[in-house]
Write a new protein. Structure first.
Length: 185
């Protein structure tokens, strides 16, 4: 399942408004032209990624396994490589979905299933139960808890949080440094 194209139209209007405001208003600081160029590049990249995600993003379930496609990459998991399929509460809060579905492999790595959430699926929890039952059917065995895999999943979750905090700190520091340089010239 993929997103409706009317959302791309709304994105185009929003990003177009930002581009219009960025290019028609003279910035109050001397390095304004470079700021406009950086903003235009960032907005263009974001719009292209949004269009690609809506065009390519989907979850495909077949006899071989599950394939998750987002804007630029495709991740395929064979049924025998899948450890578990879980729905987790959305920690970001900015998205519309309350529940997001992930596929975990035996190493504790997870892959998000695009458009398989409670916002896109009308009867999400029933469809998730069906998907888990289909997974058990293709694997030939019911799901069982493996403590070593659960430990790897917890370690990877901690690493994601640490990397996320480090990335946020780097972005804030870079933004503050950029603003300092812009207002110093």
């Amino acid at each position: 399942m993929s997103a409706p194209w009317w959302q791309v139209g709304i994105d185009a209007l929003v990003y177009g408004g930002i581009v219009f405001q960025t290019t028609t208003v003279d910035p109050p600081f001397p390095a304004g032209r470079w700021v406009n160029i950086v903003l235009l590049v960032l907005i263009s990249v974001r719009f292209v990624l949004a269009v690609l995600y809506r065009r390519r993003g989907r979850t495909v379930v077949g006899a071989e396994g599950i394939t998750a496609r987002d804007a630029v990459r495709t991740v395929a998991r064979n049924w025998h490589d899948i450890y578990d399929i879980r729905a987790e509460l959305n920690a970001r809060g900015g998205e519309h979905a309350e529940w997001i579905t992930y596929v975990y492999d035996g190493d504790g790595r997870r892959t998000r299933l695009p458009y398989f959430d409670d916002w896109q699926r009308p009867d999400f929890h029933v469809e998730l139960a069906d998907l888990r039952a289909e997974s058990a059917q293709y694997r030939g065995a019911a799901w069982e808890l493996r403590p070593e895999v659960e430990d790897r999943i917890r370690v990877r979750a901690r690493h994601r949080k640490v990397w996320g905090a480090g990335f946020l700190t780097a972005v804030v520091a870079g933004f503050l440094a950029f603003m300092f340089l812009v207002f110093q010239s």
